[in-house]
Unconditional design. Structure first.
Length: 138
């Protein structure tokens, strides 16, 4: 079951300047910054109330974030939804005709198992499913 929006991912060219901008906007510092090898990005997470924003920067021109910015410019990259059982949701969505970008969940940022739904099967929106690692078996 999809529980709630987990975060909104925003592609940025320069994480340091984007962090400065969001610190001013939200009046908060990021609570976490990490490199995610599977996506070849450095992420920075902000929390405001129960909402989270993930800034994503890549220096690798072959990464999905670099290609996204090259094609569309900086901006909203994806919407992530929290789920209790990512494998169950992947199976359910696949049965409903959604195209998944991976056959199995993999380790993403912020201690999550993740899987993405292709934007072509979601009206042009890249959807991420997130399950807290250790919450239930992947």
């Amino acid at each position: 079951m999809i529980n709630q929006i987990e975060h909104i991912g925003i592609a940025v060219k320069d994480l340091e300047s984007a962090n400065d901008l969001y610190e001013k906007l939200l009046n908060e510092k990021p609570y976490k910054q990490e490199y995610v090898d599977s996506e070849k990005v450095t992420t920075s997470f902000f929390k405001t109330g129960t909402n989270k924003i993930e800034l994503l920067e890549s220096k690798n021109p072959e990464s999905a974030i670099s290609k996204f910015i090259e094609k569309r410019g900086e901006g909203i990259h994806h919407i992530a939804f929290a789920v209790d059982n990512i494998e169950h949701e992947m199976k359910r969505l696949k049965e409903q005709g959604f195209q998944l970008l991976s056959e199995k969940p993999y380790k993403g940022a912020d201690n999550k198992w993740v899987c993405f739904v292709h934007p072509k099967s979601a009206n042009g929106v890249l959807i991420e499913l997130c399950q807290e690692m250790g919450r239930s078996e992947k």
